[in-house]
Design a protein around this ligand. Structure first.
Ligand code: A3P
Length: 286
């Protein structure tokens, strides 16, 4: 598809850049008064940290537990008719009225900073899973992604993207600011951090940790099945059904340390420095 002029692709809300084809100031505004339920399942992650993967795991956990309960399963079938964006800030502002009709447990994701979320999320102690990933791999993933989809500005060179990423001049703002802000919630009782790398390394264990945190009771066989159904290979193979043509772009490599193919040694050091400065003295930085 043709891209719009780069200057028309992004707008900013409360200082954070967002893609105008997916989001609007009206939806961000409406999100601020969205009533979260205490049993909502919320995933927070900067773009390219593996959010689509984990959303699928979370949905699978909801379905897996619902299968033990016929009534709940029936309700979920009805919910499927309410097609909505999972990402809270995506879509039209009217969506918040419609998602009120969804039965529990609802699964949502978001790329935003904590100050852009409704206070109901914190007031109702909604459980939040925060995914983090090596920022070097995020940057490489984001570079390829930006050049492959019509809704984001393209970058002629990797160096150009690297500088934009480091300075927060990309959609969803600075990864470093994002992690600094969310890191302030590190000790909140209702938040759990997981890394892309640990989930990739041992998916069954990762799924078990996620299930336990949200209070889904699954057997070892069930968590293994969830991990397998959501492996990179399986998700990539099914992506035409689940994500349409977007699947080819989204399921790119799904690996750890791809950054080594693009980073120069100077860039490597520059990002290490930025990362250390951002998280110095915090538990997350340790
Ligand atoms: P790469 O571009 O490095 O391959 P998001 O969903 O937040 O946009 O993140 C996309 C990244 O997650 C992509 O990284 C994609 O390949 C990876 N990914 C998607 N599904 C995955 C899976 N099942 N297992 C591992 N990585 C996955």
């Amino acid at each position: 598809a043709e891209k719009m002029a780069p200057e028309d692709l992004l707008c900013s809300y409360k200082g954070v850049l967002y893609p105008v084809t997916h989001c609007s100031a009206e939806t961000f505004k409406a999100l601020e008064s969205f009533e979260a339920r205490s049993d909502d399942v919320l995933l927070v992650g900067y773009p390219k940290t593996g959010t689509n993967w984990i959303v699928h795991i979370l949905r699978d956990l909801v379905t897996t537990s619902a299968k033990k309960n016929e009534e709940e399963m029936k309700r979920m079938k009805q919910d499927e008719e309410i097609v909505e964006y999972t990402y809270l800030e995506f879509g039209d502002p009217g969506k918040f009225q419609r998602i009120k009709k969804l039965s529990s447990r609802r699964v949502f994701a978001t790329h935003v900073f904590p100050h852009m979320l409704p206070t109901s999320i914190f007031k109702n102690n909604v459980k939040i899973l925060m995914v983090i990933r090596n920022p070097k791999d995020i940057a490489v993933s984001y570079f390829h992604f930006s050049n492959s989809i019509p809704s984001l500005p393209s970058f002629k060179t990797w160096d150009e993207f690297f500088n934009a990423f480091l300075n927060g001049k990309v959609s969803w703002g600075s990864y470093f600011d994002h992690i600094i802000e969310w890191n302030k919630h590190f000790d909140d009782e209702n938040i759990m951090f997981i890394t892309y790398e640990e989930l990739k390394e041992n998916s069954n264990l990762g799924v078990k940790k996620i299930a336990e945190f949200f209070g889904f009771s699954v057997t070892n066989e069930e968590s293994q099945a969830v991990a397998d159904r959501n492996s990179f290979q399986t998700m990539k193979e099914n992506s035409h059904k689940t994500h349409g043509a977007f699947g080819n772009v989204l399921f790119r490599k799904g690996s750890v340390s791809d950054w080594k193919n693009l980073f120069t040694e100077a860039q490597n050091q520059e990002m290490d420095k930025k990362f250390e400065e951002s998280l110095a003295g915090t538990k997350l930085g340790a």
